[in-house]
Design a protein around this ligand. Structure first.
Ligand code: ATP
Ligand code: MG
Ligand code: MG
Length: 348
């Protein structure tokens, strides 16, 4: 059987590895930090993305390369790309590594995004705030996740303090979107160009971190169609192969794209309890050139993340009926750290 290389050894890499294993593939995980994925990966390399020798040996040991983490340095990607197919391709990664490139790309497709401005220096922040109004959100262009690297600004006078907090990182300012709810679409595209969407899930965040995803989401029929169409548009424009997460704001006048993730997505974990082929298997099928699963949902699900001290609820959750538990094997519980998730299955 073939071997799938995975860049990143967090919980997403671990769950991809489990899905690959069920389909008869071996996996080789490449991870610079200490990582919990070794329980399921057949092979694991712990080396930095600057270690060209380790990267080359990794690429040569696998047939196709994917990733669970979009911030792999460009130099490492170029080296790997010359040796083995990377799926999704490096264009999808480049576009989504940087919020400025990503928003510009989405706007270019005719999709709605929050109003935004590039913030290369302190003066441009004051100008952009005057222009877009408040509240607004200052975000680092790169590396942000779980709401990290974001500052909400409520008055133009806060500009100097807010800018200083970015510590010189490249940033963008986004106008605040007055949304009714947040939803996301997990979609996939195969090597033949076929696309498949899962049902949109409704997401609740707390302090920038995803708490729950509920399917079905509260959406009109036309909003559902819009969500699937725009996901397909993004997949095709990037000539994408694999699973893509699209985060959306539902507003009074339609869907606004918040951000995209070129990988399996936390808000798609419900598919493990709600679909015959979940997002992890779907991703492996796509990058391995297999036919895609149909994406249909066979029951309603509420996915709940267990973050930090939520883990104290584990004994109770283990006793609850219709509750599917996914532990990530992380040894250290830290505040704000995603430790596990559960899928509450809703019987018809
Ligand atoms: P992750 O990648 O983990 O989803 P992130 O750090 O990239 O998170 P965003 O998705 O940009 O962060 O923002 C986190 C949350 O903050 C959003 O889901 C939304 O609730 C809120 N938020 C972000 N941008 C805006 C905006 N322009 N207007 C209103 N709310 C926003
Ligand atoms: Mg993000
Ligand atoms: Mg987000």
């Amino acid at each position: 059987g073939a071997t799938i290389g995975i860049l990143g050894g967090g919980q997403l890499g671990r769950m991809l590895s489990v899905a690959a294993s069920r389909l008869g593939y071996r996996t080789h995980i490449y991870e610079p930090g200490a990582a919990p994925a070794e329980q399921v990966a057949m092979t694991r390399t712990r080396a930095s993305y600057e270690d060209m020798g380790a990267l080359k040996a990794f690429a040569e040991s696998v047939d196709v390369i994917t990733y669970e983490f979009e911030n792999v340095p460009a130099t490492a990607l170029d080296l790997l790309d010359a040796l083995r197919p990377i799926r999704p391709g490096i264009r999808a990664l480049a576009v989504s590594q940087d919020r400025l490139t990503e928003k510009t790309f989405l706007e270019g497709l005719g999709l709605r995004v929050a109003p935004f401005r590039d913030i290369p220096d302190a003066a441009s922040l004051t100008r952009a705030l005057t222009n877009l109004g408040t509240p607004a959100i200052l975000k680092t262009r790169r590396m942000g996740y779980d709401g990290k690297g974001q500052i909400r600004i409520d008055a133009v006078e806060e500009a100097p303090t807010a800018y200083a907090q970015m510590q010189g990182a490249d940033a963008i300012l986004e106008g605040f979107v007055d949304f009714r709810r947040e939803v996301s679409v997990i979609a996939a595209r195969g090597t033949t160009g076929e696309t498949v969407c899962f049902d949109p899930g409704e997401n609740v965040h707390d302090g920038g971190i995803l708490r729950t995803t509920t399917v079905p989401a509260t959406l009109s029929a036309s909003q559902r169609t819009d969500a699937a169409l725009l996901a397909g548009q993004i997949l095709n424009a990037l000539d994408y192969v694999g699973v893509l997460g699209v985060e959306l704001f539902v507003t009074a006048d339609g869907l606004v794209v918040n951000e995209i993730a070129p990988r399996v997505h936390n808000s798609g974990h419900w598919t493990q309890g709600g679909c015959a082929v979940d997002q992890f298997e779907q991703h492996i099928r796509a990058i391995a050139g297999l036919p895609l699963g149909d994406g249909r949902r066979h029951c309603d699900v509420v996915m709940e993340n267990l973050i930090g001290d939520d883990m104290t609820r584990l004994p109770d959750l283990l006793r609850q009926p219709d509750t599917q538990i996914h532990l990530y094997g992380k040894d250290e519980v830290r505040a704000g750290r995603k430790m596990a998730h559960v899928n509450h299955i809703k019987r018809a």
